[in-house]
Write a protein that binds this ligand. Structure first.
Ligand SMILES: Cc1cc2nc3c(=O)[nH]c(=O)nc-3n(C[C@H](O)[C@H](O)[C@H](O)COP(=O)(O)OP(=O)(O)OC[C@H]3O[C@@H](n4cnc5c(N)ncnc54)[C@H](O)[C@@H]3O)c2cc1C
Length: 340
């Protein structure tokens, strides 16, 4: 049994804590926020990720809206295909499901931030809330601005996608189809959720964005109505984020593993961020079981290709959707993804 510190109680950290604790390790989970996060709009999970959760006893059936398809459409409503085998959830509800019963398995501490980390042979010395303590292994699931990554690999840079995304959960369903409408100026996503709600998002280039979500014009009525519902949300429920990604993944050093956004934050265009964090937790759990010294290397070797492919696909989609370059504009018009 190893003493393991997990840093960050997001989706990746909560699930990794559960998996490591149920395989007999002594897990301490620290989260710098004072309580489990109630912030977040919707997110999409692959069927494989939902299956991984279920295998570990996290049943998301009642809070997951199964999506028959997720279609990309142009301003005239023409569908250009999409992906299937996914479910949509409200992030705060997934966080609650992952947190349920965890404090009986692990030592869970909120309001405790990791401030420093240093490896010395087989032990990893961590400064948490001003106190130093040593662990056999550390899992850094501390998100896109990871403290652990900054300490170990300060050269891994954040790259701006030069896009802004507004998102929120509106108290209304706009049918059962999940769609993403491209207009050339913006992308408007409407994703059905359980409980008669929808997850709505609007992504624009930074130069067109501004602070407030401006109304959309010239789009089908369903999309215009969804954006108006998003604009009507109270200020604290309408999230506005600039989109950033890591220029390349970083998986850690022996005995200090990174996972999820800490390791490979990517733009949300393929909707895989949460699913990849869940997959990471499973693979890392298995790698830890095979030996602490080799775990990070095993994890990197198992995950590297899948993660890099998802990251580059997501980057390409975002760049293509918002590029002002003539070739991109022409291609979008030809594909019906921009007004002529
Ligand atoms: C508040 C919030 C809201 C989000 N909302 C959405 C959304 O609406 N839709 C969507 O698709 N994605 C959203 N995301 C992103 C999405 O959840 C992640 O991309 C994905 O789930 C991968 O999760 P993760 O566990 O790797 O990282 P994250 O979800 O980013 O979790 C990282 C956690 O680590 C904690 N942390 C950071 N530094 C430290 C430290 N030094 N010590 C201790 N704890 C630390 C953070 O407080 C956070 O809880 C959100 C993320 C956050 C943090």
């Amino acid at each position: 049994m190893a003493e393991i510190l997990v840093v960050g109680a997001g989706i990746g950290g909560l699930f990794a804590s559960r998996l490591l604790a149920t395989t007999g390790h002594a897990v301490t989970l620290i989260e710098r926020s004072p309580a489990a996060s109630a912030v977040g709009a919707g997110l999409v999970l692959t069927d494989a990720a939902v299956h991984r959760l279920a295998e570990a006893g996290v049943q998301v059936g009642p809070i997951a809206q199964r999506l028959t398809a997720l279609r990309v459409t142009g301003p005239r409503g023409r569908s250009l295909g999409g992906v299937a085998h996914r479910s949509a959830l409200a992030r705060p509800e997934l966080i609650t499901a992952l947190s349920d019963g965890l404090s009986e398995l692990a030592d869970v501490r909120f309001g405790a931030a990791l401030q420093g980390i240093r490896r010395d042979g087989d032990r990893v010395h961590c400064t948490v809330a001003g106190e130093e303590r040593a662990f056999d292994f550390v899992v850094a699931a501390d998100g896109i601005r990871s403290t652990v990554r900054s300490a170990l690999a300060p050269d891994v840079a954040l790259r701006s996608a030069r896009q802004v995304c507004w998102r929120g959960i509106v108290p209304r369903r706009f049918g059962d189809a999940a769609t993403e409408l491209w207009t050339g100026q913006e992308r408007i996503g409407i994703v059905p959720l359980t409980g008669g709600r929808s997850y709505v998002f609007v992504t624009r280039s930074t130069q067109d964005a501004g602070d407030d979500l401006a109304p959309v014009t010239g789009v089908p009525r369903r999309d215009a109505t969804a954006v108006e519902a998003l604009r009507s949300l109270p200020r604290e429920a309408l999230l506005r984020h600039e989109l950033w990604e890591l220029d390349r993944p970083f998986w850690g050093v022996p005995r200090i593993a990174l996972l999820g956004d800490a390791a490979h934050a990517m733009t949300p265009n393929t909707g895989l961020g949460a699913a990849l964090a869940i997959e990471d937790a499973v693979v890392l759990g298995e790698a830890v079981g095979a030996g602490l010294d080799s775990a990070v290397d095993r994890h990197r070797r198992s995950r590297g290709l899948r993660v890099r492919a998802a990251q580059l696909a997501s980057r390409t989609i975002g760049d293509f959707a918002h590029s002002e370059r003539r070739v991109a504009v022409t291609l979008r018009k030809r594909l019906g993804l921009q007004r002529a």
